[in-house]
Design a protein around this ligand. Structure first.
Ligand code: PPS
Length: 572
């Protein structure tokens, strides 16, 4: 094959000149505006700066249909990913076709305008099947499509006013034209890009070294700092890790730049998309490894895509993408030779020890504070990861009691709090039903809407406490399963969530009637009383269920402690 070299001429952007932008910004303040979601901000940035070249705006209906069905724009140009502006039905209905709208970031800053040429209701299931391979919510992008994205799509050309503002790692972010200029300045004509959403360990370094050698090219480490797979290591931590690893590369031939891309985890289609984006950023080669941009398992527990599907689709289109693939099999460590080798090229396989630590195993070791060997990663990287993810026994968590009024939630919660304070190490906050209703929710009553608000507030506070390394103990009735699930999701972003069903029967609660409320409820003097005149969804899958009849409080609290120990949340 011919040695590919890049033409590093600037590529078209959608920005107007500085002076026009000042003027347009004033005019755009009069337009109807759309507040962009975090994902749309990422998409808009790459539309405006040429990262998504040749797109000139969010896809219109014809291009959208064509991209979904054929991976091509209506004019035949290869483009695998629908870049769409999803909005609410109400906003869509308020617009005239041909109208200009202002596109604002989450603080209200106008980043650009769009002329709305198209408005349609997409068939999301069809989009899911075609683009992501399955209409299955276990796929993060399909989940986003159905549960986060608006119902209506708007399409039309975009006029760029200003780049989205970033306060972090500003010096490490480059537009395609900035990278092109940088490569021109250094005289780099062959550049191999490495896409990543994970911290770099030794295997990655070896892989990138080999790729650069094979392609006889300079290396661009090009990590995604926009949106990646939910649950990934946050980009702040990752960039600190990358910076540490960068010192171990030869500075003359390696560079790093951050890419504000919102990934879709679309495997093969995503690989092609990544290739086109890197081509726009001035690269000549692109590394595609095993399971590129893989979304994990589907709801049947199987992989969405084959491990090398992305490489196959890329190879098929590489001529058109205009960038050469450097493909890699899985890299593993061969102990006897003290080096990394591609898993499919290992000589004398039966007589050597092959070592590998999977992502799951790494997370387990971090969570349990176990050793991470030097052959696997760099001490600086492990150190950063440990700072962000201390072992579970040092992380915050939430214990969420639920049950009828008078079931004993508060009493057990109090006992648990005291026991945890005796142990020390982490601050403990009790968010008891009564405390919360006094301090956070004093204006609320007991309608479904108000109860939900009350519980969501508790969830918000608990998630903040968890994030900051404390222990939140919540003890509301929390009668609705969907609301409890929402709280779980809020908390689990930051730490463990332990749902404890205090399973005292309604008959027993009424018999005890500590506060005399059941009597009043029976007499109709208190309306919407849980268990009497209002529903309670019994938890189907709590981490723990405690019976309180004939069991003393101390024992109930102790059961919770045992469970916490069992989950690795308190050191044994
Ligand atoms: S909820 O549903 O989770 O928002 O309820 P919560 O904040 O835990 O508040 C429950 C306490 O308020 C008293 N109370 C009622 N409970 C249920 N239904 C009605 N209609 C009601 N009216 C007042 C009751 O004492 C609950 O206290 P606990 O601590 O659960 O016994």
């Amino acid at each position: 094959t011919k040695l590919m070299q890049n033409n590093l001429a600037p590529i078209p952007e959608l920005y107007v000149s500085y002076d026009s932008a000042q003027k347009l910004k004033v005019e755009a303040a009069e337009l109807k505006s759309h507040d962009l979601s975090p994902r749309q901000i990422c998409d808009l940035e790459l539309l405006m700066n040429g990262g998504f070249n040749p797109l000139k705006g969010f896809l219109n209906e014809e291009d959208y249909n064509s991209v979904v069905d054929t991976m091509r724009l209506a004019d035949g140009t290869l483009w695998p990913m629908p870049i769409t502006l999803d909005v609410s039905e109400d906003f869509a209905a308020s617009l005239e076709i041909g109208e200009d709208i202002a596109l604002r970031d989450q603080e209200g800053v106008i980043l650009g305008t769009m002329t709305v040429t198209d408005r349609w209701e997409p068939n999301k299931s069809h989009e899911a099947e075609k683009v992501f391979g399955a209409d299955d919510d276990a796929h993060p992008a399909v989940n986003y499509l159905h549960n986060t994205a608006g119902k209506i799509y708007l399409g039309g050309p975009v006029t760029g006013i200003q780049q989205p503002v970033h306060y972090d790692f500003r010096g490490r972010r480059d537009t395609p034209n900035e990278l092109r200029a940088y490569f021109r300045k250094l005289g780099w004509r062959r550049i191999v890009a490495f896409q990543t959403r994970n911290p770099l360990h030794r295997a990655h370094q070896e892989l990138t070294f080999r790729a650069a050698r094979e392609a006889q090219a300079n290396l661009l480490i090009h990590p995604v700092v926009g949106m990646t797979k939910p649950g990934d290591v946050d980009h702040f931590t990752r960039v600190r890790c990358y910076e540490a690893v960068l010192d171990k590369y030869p500075a003359a031939t390696t560079s790093m730049s951050l890419l504000n891309l919102a990934m879709r985890m679309a495997g093969p289609r995503e690989a092609v998309w990544h290739g086109l984006i890197r081509k726009n950023h001035g690269c000549t080669h692109f590394i595609v490894g095993r399971d590129h941009a893989g979304p994990g398992k589907n709801s049947a527990g199987e992989d969405f895509y084959g491990a090398y599907d992305a490489q196959d689709l890329f190879r098929e289109h590489q001529e058109e993408i205009g960038i050469e693939m450097v493909d890699f099999k899985h890299m593993v460590y061969v102990q006897e030779r003290a080096q990394y080798e591609p898993n499919d090229e290992i000589e004398d396989r039966d007589n050597v020890t092959i070592l590998n630590i999977s992502g799951t195993e790494l997370r387990r070791r971090l969570a349990e504070g176990l050793e991470i060997p030097e052959w696997f990663s760099f001490p600086e990287v492990v150190n950063e990861l440990r700072k962000t993810k201390p072992p579970r026994s040092k992380q915050g968590f939430t214990v969420f009691f639920t049950g009828f009024s008078g079931s004993g939630k508060s009493t057990i919660a109090n006992a648990l709090m005291v026991k945890l304070m005796e142990m020390g190490g982490r601050p403990v906050t009790l968010l008891d039903g009564d405390i919360v209703r006094k301090n956070l929710s004093s204006e609320l009553g007991f309608s479904k809407e108000h109860r939900d608000l009350n519980i969501r507030r508790i969830g918000y506070v608990a998630s903040e406490i968890t994030k900051n390394g404390g222990i939140a103990i919540c003890a509301p009735i929390a009668p609705y399963a969907t609301t409890r699930r929402a709280v779980r999701e809020d908390v689990e972003q930051f730490g463990a969530f332990l749902e404890v069903h205090v399973a005292t029967s309604i008959e027993e609660c009424e018999r005890r009637d500590r506060k005399g409320l059941y009597k009043l409820a029976r007499e109709g003097k208190i309306k919407e009383f849980t268990g009497i005149s209002d529903p309670y969804d019994v938890p189907t899958d709590p981490e723990l269920r405690v019976e309180t009849e004939n069991v003393d409080v101390d024992n109930c609290a102790h059961q919770v402690l045992l469970k916490l120990e069992n989950m690795g949340l308190i050191a044994g």
